[in-house]
Design a protein around this ligand. Structure first.
Ligand SMILES: NC(=O)C1=CN([C@@H]2O[C@H](COP(=O)(O)OP(=O)(O)OC[C@H]3O[C@@H](n4cnc5c(N)ncnc54)[C@H](OP(=O)(O)O)[C@@H]3O)[C@@H](O)[C@H]2O)C=CC1
Ligand SMILES: O=C[C@H](O)[C@@H](O)[C@@H](O)[C@H](O)C(=O)O
Length: 321
């Protein structure tokens, strides 16, 4: 494939007729968020490169620039219809109470300048007091999530046509079991950390058995962010595989994740790197390479304690698989 052509990204069927491109562009840049003008330009570049799926959240501050980039892409004829795109956003934990869900999705849609989103996720399995604006919150401002009632409100959003599908993020097998015991609409997706350094074998098995699709976040180990580190990009094993194949370590990560049957949301606002991350569809990993990745040391990288502080509640969430 020529390097000026857009890459065609395959899709996965979620629920009903909803199809999601298996790679989406991540848009989280931490605090303070990246300048919206830079985010908007990066998203436009991503659309030119072939990205059709965008992962945002109320908490990222990237909904507004994403909405602007979509409007600009339509005006410039890069896409002919909003329906060519797949947009995911997430319910911020300070809105994780049943009566706040509808206002929250409406706010996100207003930010996005859209009348529907494709996928709406509960961002975290916890609730914060509505006035919480920054992390870490005070210990008394953090509460368990009332999964049954919050999921009913999510189901109402789908039934009203405000989102095509609903799902969760950062949910363990335990939290998913609780949700499934009362859900009328099962979650289409669980978006969780997954990379060669955190394989999520148990959770993947559980999700497969229950028809829940997994989306991998921090697929490169989130190098250069406040919540990630360099252990994936600096892994000797991954570097050796990459060198032998004439690929980059991020490409080895992306291809490995794709071969595991999950979708992936890498974040890069850099033109070369965002293209590099999706150039993975015309080659595959060998049995031997897969075996080497299977043997890599495993450790969860993105931890609740980093956002909430080292409370018993955060430690408990981090210990769930
Ligand atoms: N649901 C949740 O709780 C969470 C969801 N997410 C979602 O997942 C997305 C991706 O995860 P994220 O945590 O950002 O981590 P990633 O593993 O995608 O890593 C992103 C970092 O890697 C750099 N990078 C990207 N591509 C390359 C490359 N080819 N070579 C070298 N460096 C590269 C980026 O910098 P640069 O931009 O300069 O290229 C950035 O610093 C987020 O943006 C967000 O949408 C993430 C965390 C939690
Ligand atoms: O400042 C940190 C950010 O808010 C971070 O906690 C989130 O961006 C999280 O990693 C996510 O992407 O969902």
């Amino acid at each position: 494939m020529s390097h000026v052509e857009a890459v065609m990204i395959p899709e996965v069927a979620l629920t009903g007729s909803v199809r999601m491109p298996v790679i989406g562009m991540g848009t989280a840049s931490g605090k303070p968020p990246t300048d919206p003008a830079i985010v908007r330009a990066a998203i436009l570049e991503a659309i030119k490169t072939g990205y059709r799926h965008f992962d945002t959240a109320f908490g990222y501050g990237s909904e507004v620039p994403l909405g602007e980039a979509i409007a600009e892409a339509l005006a410039a004829g890069l896409i002919t219809s909003r329906r060519e795109l797949f947009v995911t956003s997430k319910l911020w934990a300070a809105s994780a109470q049943p009566h706040l869900v509808l206002p929250a999705i409406r706010t996100s849609l207003k930010n996005l300048k859209q009348d529907y989103m494709d996928l709406y996720l509960i961002h975290f399995p916890l609730r914060l007091d509505p006035e919480v604006r920054s992390m870490p919150p005070a210990k008394e401002q953090v509460h368990p999530l009332d999964i049954k009632s919050i999921w009913e409100a999510m189901e109402a959003c789908q039934n009203m046509g405000l989102t095509k599908a609903i799902g969760v993020s950062n949910f363990s097998c335990k939290k998913l079991s609780e949700l499934l015991s009362s859900a009328k609409i099962p979650p289409a997706v669980n978006q969780v950390e997954m990379s060669p350094a955190w394989h999520q074998k148990q959770l993947r098995q559980f999700c497969k058995a229950n028809g829940i699709h997994i989306t991998a976040y921090s697929p490169l180990g989130a190098p250069g962010t406040k919540w990630g580190d360099n252990r994936v990009v600096e892994s000797d094993v991954l570097q050796q595989i990459a060198k032998a194949r004439g690929k980059t370590v991020p490409q080895i990560c992306m291809r490995w994740l794709y071969e595991q049957g999950v979708s992936v949301v890498p974040k890069s606002f850099n033109k070369e790197r965002m293209r590099n991350n999706i150039d993975i569809f015309d080659w595959s990993l060998t049995e031997e390479e897969l075996h080497k990745i299977d043997q890599l040391p495993q450790r969860k990288g993105v931890l609740f304690v980093n956002n909430l502080g080292p409370t018993d509640f955060a430690l408990e969430l981090d210990a769930e698989i």
